[in-house]
Design a protein around this ligand. Structure first.
Ligand code: FMN
Length: 305
């Protein structure tokens, strides 16, 4: 029996729901020895900002129980480099590209959206990162003011015709309420969720294990929280959702599908097992075959509660 994993969101078609979470899959072809890019449902890029960013001082990642902390600080080479050096690579691929962006002002979001509008043949959707916990200015500190979040979404909506996902984290405040507001401001869907702010201490040196003191917690440790938010958002708002937060196995993926997730973004899983996404696609197919599910929509959002 062939299982149809096709996932449709606002006029876009994905051959399956499996994608990669922003910032965890290199910036171009770094995973090519492990992952067949053609087999992914979509590719989500590392956050792009208008100007290059060096990121935070090292050490900026550390392992924790069932997860990891990161304080990369949105290191990237900036918009110009992305357009010149990354877009040509992605333009050769049929896999839909979702570009993740962040800014420090509505003007930044406007610039990014205008540039991506010109690349709409390649860039099928835009994920607006409103929730990075590790940076001053462009992160949750700047974004904590509700009106700034909405300004950012409006700036992208007014300047780019692509499907827009707003990437949120509970660090911003009441996630459900903010999700409703960003949809009203023009977002087509939501990306739930970014990391939760945490810290770890080296007990021998009595120093923080991250130079930044705090970082974003990701991996299986946050999965139950992400699952809860995806469930609640789907139930209340019915909008398309890209789920991320501890998706590492087919079992995780299926849990998120049952609560209604549209796309499944693997983040920390890529570091633990670089070919994790490929295993996940196979695992979802096997589960559906076993259960006699012919199309993924027979499974999606079917939680009996
Ligand atoms: C090392 C690292 C870097 C990340 N960089 C970004 C980023 O640049 N932009 C973004 O929106 N999210 C970023 N994230 C968050 C992930 O995209 C994802 O939402 C989060 O880690 C939860 O998924 P996971 O538990 O599968 O890792 C990063 C996460 C990690 C671990």
């Amino acid at each position: 029996m062939t299982v149809d994993l096709t996932t449709k969101i606002k006029g876009l078609t994905f051959k399956n729901p499996v994608t990669v979470a922003s910032g965890t899959f290199g910036t171009k072809d770094e995973y090519k020895d492990f992952v067949d890019y053609k087999k992914l449902g979509a590719i989500i890029t590392k956050t792009i900002t208008v100007k290059p960013r060096a990121g935070n001082p090292m050490p900026r990642i550390c392992e924790t129980a069932s997860g990891m902390l990161n304080a990369i600080g949105l290191q990237n080479k900036g918009l110009e480099d992305f357009l010149e050096n990354k877009i040509p690579f992605f333009s050769k691929m049929k896999t839909p590209l979702i570009v993740n962006i962040a800014g420090e002002s509505a003007g930044d979001f406007e610039k990014l959206a205008k540039a991506l509008e010109k690349e709409k043949k390649v860039v099928k959707a835009i994920e607006v990162n409103l929730s990075c916990p590790n940076v001053e200015g462009g992160g949750t500190n700047f974004m904590k003011k509700r009106d700034r979040i909405l300004e950012a979404i409006r700036a992208v909506r007014e300047n780019a015709p692509q499907v827009i996902f707003a990437k949120l984290s509970p660090e911003l405040g009441d996630l459900l309420e903010i999700a409703g507001e960003v949809l009203k401001a023009g977002a087509d869907g939501l990306s739930i969720m970014n990391t939760l702010k945490g810290m770890a201490v080296d007990i021998h040196k009595r120093t923080p294990r991250l130079a930044n003191l705090t970082g974003g917690l990701s991996g299986p440790a946050i999965k139950p929280v992400a699952l809860r938010y995806v469930y609640e958002v789907k139930k209340k708002l019915k909008a398309p959702v890209i789920a991320s937060g501890g998706i590492m196995t087919a079992q995780d993926a299926i849990e998120f599908l049952i609560v209604g997730a549209d796309l499944l973004a693997v983040g920390t899983g890529n570091f633990v097992q670089p070919k994790c996404t490929m295993d996940l696609i196979r695992g979802i197919q096997e589960y559906c075959r076993e259960k006699g599910i012919e199309h993924l929509d027979e499974l999606r959002g079917t939680l009996k509660a």
